[in-house]
Design a protein around this ligand. Structure first.
Ligand code: LMR
Length: 394
């Protein structure tokens, strides 16, 4: 039967990881996959997570199943982290998922169960796996303008015009903070205008928040999500712990469905449990339990917040250093946007040929659309990258 299967087109981000690993050159720079690295090039286990895992190892007496939507304490802690007091807990259905990607997948499936004919409005560009999952689920996508490649800033007028075409029953997928792949983000007043548009069109927002704490801080990064969730009748939220807790391979995330009308929440909660059962039964628990311990133990939480802040400010310094190096080397301000962008990524605005040249001639690995992972840099490699960018003719 398998003769009917052909090979799949490679995921560009995952493929790049292999290209980088196979490159024998010393001094190569990995700006590909969205994984945080410290100045030594290591993706560390965060201190608080390490402490929580140690305690878990000592205290955990069973690995028996927990529940179809995971540990209630994890869901409570995640709802608090992402939503604060923007809504009441009774307005939120929540389920643990295998990473943020698991939450994204379940959210699309939930929406399709509710509206089999739904369309999903996606920013142009968006995380490629959003499109891939939607294609796999045979859900129609409608791109909306988002990024102005000339200025490397948000094309807000274009975005507004395109989102005005949404209809009731459509989903509008938004990046809660730290837009992936561009690094260009809406201001809070612009988010207010998006909320007004959502009210006019009656489309349902879905927020993918995978980098809370990597942009302007934990609270500031959650502010748009909180604004949307407290303003719109219904909101879907896919939250990831991969980056801000550094628990990538533990697959830790949460899907939240927020409804102003609390009467809807029981059915939503039931459907989240149903979807988990159909797709993988019980969600992974180890990462979720460590995250819960960190969020609920004041000492661990303070240490986690401090380390996350070190990571965030480190990335900001690298952004500023890179913008300054490029200003000096190019004699122009045209790379100033790198210091304005937030999160792990910036889209450089290089052509595919320039990206290839950066790889072939300079050992610099970035995604083909010229997305750079800023955390792949350190003080020493920033000048090397700036030199390569200018030499590649960007
Ligand atoms: C990325 O965009 O590089 C990360 O979200 C990792 C991934 O799974 O693609």
């Amino acid at each position: 039967m398998f003769e009917t299967l052909s090979t799949q087109p490679p995921d560009k981000i995952i493929e790049l990881m292999k290209f980088y690993a196979d490159d024998p050159r010393e001094g190569k720079i990995d700006l590909g996959v969205g994984v945080y690295k410290n100045p030594e090039g290591v993706t560390p286990v965060m201190r608080a997570i390490k402490a929580a895992e140690k305690r878990l190892w000592e205290e955990q007496t069973t690995k028996a199943y927990v529940g179809l939507v995971g540990d209630p304490a994890f869901n409570d802690a995640m709802v608090e982290l992402v939503l604060g007091d923007a809504v009441t807990r009774a307005q939120v259905a929540s389920a643990a998922t295998p990473g943020g990607t698991g939450a994204v997948r379940q959210a699309f499936e939930l929406a399709r169960m509710a509206r089999p004919d739904l369309r999903v409005f996606v920013s142009d560009p968006t995380w490629p796996n959003h499109l891939s999952i939607l294609r796999h689920l045979k859900i129609e996508t409608v791109p909306y303008r988002y990024f102005d490649s000339a200025t490397c800033t948000v094309d807000f007028e274009g975005m507004r015009e395109d989102l005005a075409a949404a209809r009731p029953g459509d989903i509008v997928l938004l990046h809660g903070c730290c837009h992936n792949p561009t690094g260009a983000n809406l201001t809070l007043p612009q988010w207010g205008q998006v909320v007004a548009l959502l009210a006019e069109t009656s489309a349902t927002p879905m927020i993918d928040i995978a980098y809370q704490g990597f942009g302007d801080g934990l609270e500031a990064d959650a502010a748009p999500t909180r604004l949307v969730a407290s303003s719109c009748p219904e909101t879907l939220i896919a939250a990831s712990c991969s980056k801000n807790f550094g628990v990538y391979r533990e697959r830790t995330g949460a899907l939240m469905a927020v409804a102003q009308d609390t009467d809807r929440v029981a059915a939503l909660q039931d459907n989240l449990a149903y979807l988990n059962r159909q797709n993988y039964s019980f969600p992974p628990d180890h990462g979720a339990r460590a995250v819960t311990m960190v969020l609920t133990d004041p000492r661990l939480r303070a240490d986690w917040e401090a380390e996350l802040e070190e990571m965030r400010t480190g990335m900001l310094r690298l952004r500023e250093q890179l913008a300054a190096e490029l200003r000096a080397r190019s004699g122009s301000d045209r790379f100033g946007f790198i210091a304005e962008h937030r999160g792990m990524f910036s889209r450089l605005g290089a052509t595919p040929e320039q990206v290839q040249r950066l790889r072939d001639d300079h050992g610099v690995y970035m995604v083909g659309d010229s997305r750079m992972n800023i955390a792949g840099l350190n003080e020493r490699t920033v000048p090397q990258l700036a030199e390569a960018i200018v030499k590649a003719g960007v």
